[in-house]
Design a protein around this ligand. Structure first.
Ligand code: FAD
Ligand code: FES
Length: 316
């Protein structure tokens, strides 16, 4: 009888109700993971034989689904699957640092150059340091406008990649892999309202999506809500205020906790009335994204119209 799960043709025991990720780990197979809830795509794998359950492909692009990509952490197969590493999503490309600049006290803008890295603004990539350390970062640049990949990186005290980023300078060599994720401007009606809501460096993918939407001639109203703990953490504020003055259909709504602003409350109060018509992009920490998703859904937003990236910490 064909086993329910094989990994590169090697049979792997899987118990009823167990996920593919749990089965691979129990079998001692190296299987990276982070959120284990189907959000971060760290565990992405490919079925080279068999069809993964539809729910294990939630959030992947049509192209990825067609190629058999799925998320093992939420995959409970009911028919045989032969699983392999995600070859092209895992391919590493060399990259060179072009610049590292401060955007706020604890946020830097890292620009790197690499060859042949097709992506959509708002997707994320895997940044790989010279010692092999890997972390995900969202892409704020635009492939048709910028000759570099741009990331906004929050420097966490004691963070391993944060420390690395603080030490690197122009000319430093890194690697990247990807791109990953579906938080980009696609499948949106050009006349539909767009709401982009993010905290901290959650602005990076939203900034990419905003530029892409404007470049593609989005006609509906676009509102960008950005939250930070302190007002000085609202990086790119002047640039976004200037853009809001220049564009009739773009509006910028900053909120900082130190001046009494509450990002979620601000966005939800303004969005409730138009939730059923709006396309949403939500980026930031897990609590914020979960709360916004739940409350927007309760206000009439369709789950299909909500794209999100949770910036979950890597498993150390
Ligand atoms: C899909 C995705 C996209 C991401 N995009 C971005 C991005 O555009 N910009 C960005 O700055 N980060 C982003 N992240 C987070 C990033 O991948 C790293 O987790 C983060 O930079 C910390 O890495 P580090 O090695 O410096 O810290 P680590 O050494 O991993 O952790 C050090 C300490 O900081 C804490 N910590 C780590 N990450 C977080 C966090 N996100 N929130 C709260 N505490 C944390 C850890 O619990 C630990 O105590 C993204 C994550 C995902 C999954
Ligand atoms: S670990 Fe599977 S999607 Fe995050």
């Amino acid at each position: 009888m064909t086993p329910l799960l094989t990994y590169m043709d090697r049979p792997v025991e899987i118990a009823p109700g167990e996920t593919v990720l749990e089965a691979l780990l129990r079998a001692g197979i190296d299987a990276p993971s982070s959120c284990r809830t189907g959000n971060c795509q760290t565990c992405l794998r490919r079925a080279v034989q068999g069809t993964p359950p539809a729910e294990s492909q939630n959030g992947l692009t049509e192209a990825q689904k067609a190629m058999g990509y799925f998320l093992p952490c939420i995959c409970r197969p009911s028919s045989p699957l032969n699983v392999a590493p995600p070859d092209d999503a895992g391919a590493r490309l060399p990259a060179t640092v072009r610049s590292v600049e401060a955007l706020a006290q604890d946020v830097v803008r890292l620009r790197i150059e690499t060859e042949a890295f097709p992506y959509r603004p708002g997707q994320f990539l895997k940044l790989i340091a010279s010692d092999g350390l890997e972390r995900h970062y969202s892409i704020a640049s635009h492939p048709e406008e910028d000759p570099f990949l741009e990331m906004h990186i929050r420097l966490h005290p004691g963070g391993r990649m944060s420390r690395h980023v603080m030490e690197i300078a122009k000319g430093h060599r890194l690697h990247v892999a990807g791109p990953l994720g579906t938080c980009f401007y696609e499948g949106v009606d050009k006349d539909q309202p767009l709401a982009l809501i993010g905290a901290g460096t959650g602005l990076a993918p939203l900034y990419g999506v905003l530029r892409d939407a404007l470049r593609q001639g989005h006609r509906g109203p676009i509102r960008l809500y950005h939250g930070a703990r302190e007002r000085k953490g609202l990086y790119l504020r002047e640039e976004l205020e200037a853009l809001a003055r220049a564009r009739d259909n773009f509006d910028y709504a900053p909120a900082s906790l130190d001046t009494g602003g509450d990002l979620a409350a601000l966005a939800l109060e303004a969005e409730t009335q138009r939730a059923s018509r709006t396309a949403y992009f939500l980026c930031g920490g897990e609590n914020l994204v979960k709360r916004l998703k739940r409350d927007l859904f309760m206000s009439g937003a369709s789950m299909k119209a909500i794209r999100s990236d949770v910036f979950s910490p890597a498993s150390l």
